[in-house]
Design a protein around this ligand. Structure first.
Ligand SMILES: NC(=O)c1ccc[n+]([C@@H]2O[C@H](COP(=O)([O-])OP(=O)(O)OC[C@H]3O[C@@H](n4cnc5c(N)ncnc54)[C@H](OP(=O)(O)O)[C@@H]3O)[C@@H](O)[C@H]2O)c1
Length: 350
């Protein structure tokens, strides 16, 4: 069976990456691409790397244009998806790359985003531990999927095994992320100009204000399941001059009496059978270049006994495993297709 697809936000970074992956998917027929200010223009003018899709024209994003497809992907600025998703009753599968359907708590939505709160959808990170099982079980047959925030899923995947196994204390998490500017989208913003980014590292959203914090807290609470935990996270992102990529260094205290082997075993048992989340051998740590273009979260783990903390360093391509790859992997699960279809574990370094 071939599924017809519409992708909105197709002129942007996330929409473009969804299209790049879907263009190599044998079960997908990309019928419609939509945008906003660039509607009416050829897709290739905004995504010149998508040569096989040169025949497509960007349409205005309306519920009528998106209707009538088997699958609809939305890759719009947060707060914009809800107006379309409310009107897409007939699509068998809708996947939102934005934040509108990620959070279960309206209080968190109001505190970090504001505007209309929309119902939470099935969270699109298949490898996340959720109360003793993997999120992929919830994604099989799902009809509405919220793809993750790129920083959020990177940190959640980094720490969920330790929280789920009870070997780290989630009340004192510290995470620092080196992130590329594509994570902030393609629209023109002065702080994202080349002159502001090249040759410098720029911290932003310092001091507990980043919008991905409640998403990580939600994931880690669910990882621990019925045992009540309240994750507290000091989260500091730093923009660095690489187009794509996230290198997240996350640390948390090791629970008293837990051995080094028990710490490592928590991560290895969580991810030992996974294709797209891989834990490196002791002493090895990933580089962002190792995962560019790949749907891979690559992590290195250290037990720092001087600080009595675990340190997890995780590299992700924000546009693949952080967004479009997670969306396509979740789509495959929802449709009952092989989970890895059209996705690769191999990066493009150097
Ligand atoms: N970039 C990442 O690494 C990443 C990672 C995870 C999740 N996401 C999420 O994905 C979504 C898209 O992010 P992005 O980085 O791709 O942003 P982007 O590059 O700025 O693209 C935004 C897209 O949305 C369209 N758009 C803007 N306002 C619209 C409106 N009012 N109605 C309909 N379409 C509108 C734009 O069309 P025009 O160009 O025609 O104006 C463009 O196609 C965001 O919610 C973001 O949080 C992004």
């Amino acid at each position: 069976m071939t599924y017809t697809v519409a992708v909105s936000g197709a002129s942007g970074y996330a929409g473009g990456e969804i299209l790049r992956l879907l263009a190599n998917h044998p079960d997908i027929d990309i019928r419609t691409v939509t945008a906003h200010s660039n509607a009416g223009q050829p897709l290739i003018q905004h995504q010149p790397h998508l040569r096989s899709l040169a025949h497509l024209t960007l349409h205005e994003t309306t519920p009528e244009v998106l209707a009538g497809h088997d699958i609809v992907f939305l890759a719009l600025p947060h707060g914009q998806s809800g107006q379309y998703t409310d009107a897409l009753g007939d699509a068998s599968l809708v996947i939102d790359a934005g934040a509108d359907h990620r959070l279960t708590s309206q209080d968190s939505w109001d505190a970090f985003y504001g505007g209309t709160f929309h119902e939470p959808w099935t969270y699109g990170v298949p490898e996340l531990l959720v109360d003793g099982k993997k999120q992929r079980e919830n994604l099989r047959g799902a009809t509405r999927i919220a793809a993750p925030g790129c920083n959020a899923s990177t940190v959640s995947l980094s720490l969920a095994p330790g929280v789920a196994a009870g070997v780290i204390d989630p009340s004192d998490i510290v995470t620092m992320l080196a992130v590329g500017p594509s994570g902030a989208g393609k629209s023109l913003k002065p702080h994202l100009l080349g002159g502001e980014l090249l040759g410098t590292a720029n911290p932003y959203a310092v001091g507990g204000t980043h919008r991905h914090i409640p998403e990580i807290q939600q994931a880690l609470r669910q990882a621990r399941g019925s045992a009540a935990v309240e994750p507290r996270i000091s989260f500091t992102p730093v923009l660095v001059p690489m187009a794509r990529g996230i290198l997240a260094t996350s640390t948390a205290p090791i629970v008293d009496g837990v051995s080094d082997d028990e710490v490592r075993a928590a991560w290895e048992s969580a991810y030992g059978d996974e294709t797209f989340v891989q834990v490196l051998p002791g002493g090895s740590f990933p580089r962002t270049a190792d995962v560019l273009g790949a749907n891979t979260a690559l992590m290195g783990l250290a037990v720092d006994r001087a600080a009595n903390r675990v340190t997890v360093v995780t590299a992700v391509d924000n546009l693949v495993k952080g967004t479009a790859g997670a969306a396509v992997q979740s789509m495959n699960l929802a449709l009952g297709l092989p989970e890895d279809r059209a996705l690769t574990v191999n990066g493009v370094a150097p």
